[in-house]
Design a protein around this ligand. Sequence first.
Ligand code: HEM
Length: 434
Amino acid sequence: MPDSLMPFCAAPHQFLLDTALKADPRFRMGDETFLVLSDPAAVHAVLNGKFDDFEKGAMVEIPRTFLHDGIIMVEVPEWTDQQKMIAPQFAGRRMRQLEPVIADLVTRQIDTWAALPAGEPVDLLAATNRLVFDIVATGMLSITDPAVADAVFETLVELDSTESVRLHYLLKRFGGGQGGFGRSSYAQAIERMQRLAAAIADERLARATQPDDFVGGVMATAAFAAFTPERKRAFLTDQISTMLTAGYVTTGETLFWGLYLLAKHPAQQQRARAEIAANTTAMSGAVPFDAPPFLMAAFNESQRLYPAVWFLGRVARRDVRVGDIDIAAGTRVMCSPYVLHRTPTLWPDSDQYRPERFLPGASHPVAPRSLIPFGTGMRACVGRGLALMEISAVACMTLSRFELELVSDAPIELTGAFSMHPRDTVMVRLKPLA
Ligand code: HEM
């Protein structure tokens, strides 16, 4: 197998998609072998596979540098223990607690946009990212000091804007054996993020009483009480980093892509708006937390085309057979939502924006298990419910107040970052509706 470092780094998303469609969908970078799956049954078999067969392992080398032993990174049995402490913090009562926080922050964002001079364009992704960051920082972590929030946000923006997937594999090959991200500015941002998360953890550990939020909920568990002081600090630091990272860029980008595609397709935008207007909750001024069907279809379609988490997979811990595929121990098995969502045999007109394909009565019903923006199986996204609430609130409120118009219709180029965002800033005009 020839080494694919250069073609992979040149255009990682397209490279994975092209590889998946080959008779032998494997490739090699250095001494690592990758297998790219595009069959929903195989993808689900791996992501729902036994923990003895597949682990996150080396597939998460990049986020491990700053999420350390947070819940996204760890393997069983540690994951099982963490999940018991963390999953309840995403249950119904906690989500209802977040509703007023989301409503307040979304309303403030809408007011900010409404106060802009007529025709002034906005950097939509910067705005959606900051909005969902503030929801996590305020609602889940009770960060009240604006200087702390700004410092964390700026550091996260620096991490996200680095082409970390490209950088990681290039440094592995040409980094002079330093390992990791060496002394790059990315490595410095990781260290800064670590210090900031530790300071937030310290501040919480020093409090006599805890706010009733995500951190307070975790700290109230018997398992946390049994930790040593050092373990408490490390545990909180890693989970705070995890929530700030996993909870913001994914949702911010998903909101961006959903609104961007509606701005690009005025007829679908108008259909979504008309549906929201017919929804009495939205019209009465309350913030809606359940997206109506067409809006949901539009966001399913934007998540299909631009899934925030595209670099997803597992490492085979031993030789495994999945369907008729033999997977050798050590293989990095790519279960990329980007690949699955753009496989032409699963999706007619796979590159076209067609929200209608997700509505009842569509001419080509969506193939079962072919849409996985939140992953699947035991390790699927624990924050999905929160993300859907945020998507509904932001999209309904934005569309019912503004007409969205792209400043430029130029095609979008994707970066080689760990999450899915455009290389260049996308400016959008939000024109107040009469
Ligand atoms: C649209 C928004 C989101 C998307 C597309 C998304 C996507 C994903 C995906 C694909 C996974 C599975 C990773 C794997 O299998 O290796 C995952 C896991 C996870 N997500 Fe999300 N996510 C979103 C929002 C959130 C939010 C809002 C939070 C929390 C505030 C969150 C926290 C997590 C955590 C903690 C995990 C690890 C779960 C575990 O291993 O048990 N996510 N997410």
